[in-house]
Design a binder for this molecule. Structure first.
Ligand SMILES: [Zn+2]
Length: 309
């Protein structure tokens, strides 16, 4: 029995928590990671069920890989129907209404891209929506990984700051799901990666998760540490930069590395924020990363730590 499951008797009788109380409860893993409520805890499938169903592959043939930016992949687990679950980590409202509503609008766009590599043109609204979904998924995936695989990874990923979680919650509560925006200062790129090994039938690396830290220099000579995380879901790979934007603003942090180097620029498209004269993104992109080139994607062909900031 997971300690996260809200077995604590009387939990429902407790009053709503204030901000400090919610933060405390979050850290203790007893409350909804989004809103801090202790009411009606539910298990969240961080990787949505529609995606799991779509990749119906042979037993043991789907892997969940977690790796550092340029490290060797660490196979966390082979599962028939892999599932990364945040046990008791979201209240019913956040899970079913808010995040459920988001999945509903994202699925029709993402499933054909990620599962079947189908051609499509992503307009600016779709790019923003996918970016918001990717940021949300990276946040929850890290929280779930910490819960499910404690100590199993050489380096843990980035735990979203309170300001980022607060932003996400406000977006989900105050806007229709299809209008959500990623947090301030976040950046999201999209790339294609061949999740299937050419010589192995029915073998797909359905989920690849590569978190890394992204320190951003500040005017006071220090840094605010955010994340640059690659999340490949089937053929669609998202790269997400986020940072505690409140702290970054207060300390006047610079912007993160604005883009990949020329030699892979055609293989990676920024989908958030929209650049001047940004237009539709045609999927698939002109170039995709072969199965054995995942690291090239993750570290931008070795240029991730150069330029920009
Ligand atoms: Zn909640």
């Amino acid at each position: 029995m997971s300690p996260w499951r809200a077995g604590s008797p009387g939990a429902h009788a407790q009053p709503k928590l204030g901000v400090q109380g919610a933060e405390c409860a979050r850290l203790m893993g007893m409350a909804c990671v989004l809103c801090g409520s202790m009411d009606n805890p539910t298990d969240e499938d961080v990787i949505p069920k529609w995606l799991l169903r779509a990749f119906a592959v042979e037993r043991g043939s789907t892997t969940v890989n977690v790796r550092e930016e340029s490290g060797s992949p660490q196979e966390v687990r082979k599962l028939r129907h892999f599932q990364i679950t945040l046990d008791g980590g979201l209240c019913q409202k956040c899970n079913n209404e808010l995040l459920g509503g988001l999945e509903q609008v994202v699925q029709p766009i993402l499933e054909p891209m990620a599962v079947r590599y189908e051609s499509t043109a992503l307009d600016l609204a779709s790019q923003r929506l996918l970016a918001g979904w990717a940021v949300k998924t990276v946040y929850l995936l890290e929280l779930a990984s910490r819960q499910q695989y404690p100590g199993a990874r050489p380096v843990e990923g980035y735990q979203p700051s309170n300001s980022e979680i607060g932003w996400l919650l406000a977006q989900l509560e105050q806007r229709p799901a299809k209008l959500i925006e990623p947090p301030p200062r976040s950046m999201v790129w999209l790339a294609g990666w061949d999740c299937k090994k050419a010589d192995v039938a029915n073998r797909a690396s359905t989920l690849n998760y590569a978190p890394s830290t992204a320190p951003v220099p500040t005017v006071d000579g220090g840094e605010v540490v955010g994340q640059f995380t690659t999340l490949a879901i089937g053929f669609a790979a998202f790269q997400v930069f986020t940072v505690d934007y409140v702290e970054a603003d207060v300390r006047k942090a610079k912007v993160w590395n604005p883009g990949p180097p020329n030699n892979i620029a055609n293989a990676i498209r920024q989908i958030w924020p929209h650049r001047l004269r940004a237009d539709d993104v045609t999927w698939p992109l002109p170039i995709f990363f072969p199965n054995d080139s995942f690291d090239q994607l993750v570290n931008w062909a070795g240029a991730l730590r150069r330029g920009g900031a």
